[in-house]
Design a protein around this ligand. Sequence first.
Ligand SMILES: [Zn+2]
Length: 194
Amino acid sequence: MNVSEPIRSTTDPIEMLLKTILNAVTDYKSFRFGKIFFEKKGEPDQRIVVEITPRKNGKAVCSVCGRKCPTYDTAREPRRFEFVSLWAIPVYFSYRMRRVTCPEHGVIVEDIPWGDGKCTQTIEQRHFLANWARRLSWSEVAECFGTTFNKVYRAVKWIVDWGLKHRDLDGVESLGGIAEKILRQVRCRLGRRE
Ligand SMILES: [Zn+2]
């Protein structure tokens, strides 16, 4: 049975609460959260799916140079990105990626603030898992937060790779320090778009 069940209606207080929480923990200025629904509700692999759409005046951004560009086209099928789980229920963002026409880079996939378009894990989830992986074993992290060992591994690897690439930066020694720096980088990226 594959049940896709809206959490209720668009004005449902539970859906509104989830949107309020998501808006409080993210900062996707050019995008908005749309419909939120359960998939396979009550089954062992149930999940919450959150649709994301661009804001009406939110212009797409080139993923190489960060320039705002006209939209070339929009994917028919949405892509899924795993966000931080809620009460051990996996949460997925669902978004139809756009391609832009950049004067410098041609037709190219847009930049999205929650990921890089290639990885199915959001930046937030990678930070979350990598931080918990400092305290628990990777398999415990996977079990506690409704994800897989491989995703915990990839999250840690992503942070460590980033740290190695930037080890010439002052004071980058610990995983914590690296995570702090990535967070700052992400915030800067978001700020530059405005
Ligand atoms: Zn560009």
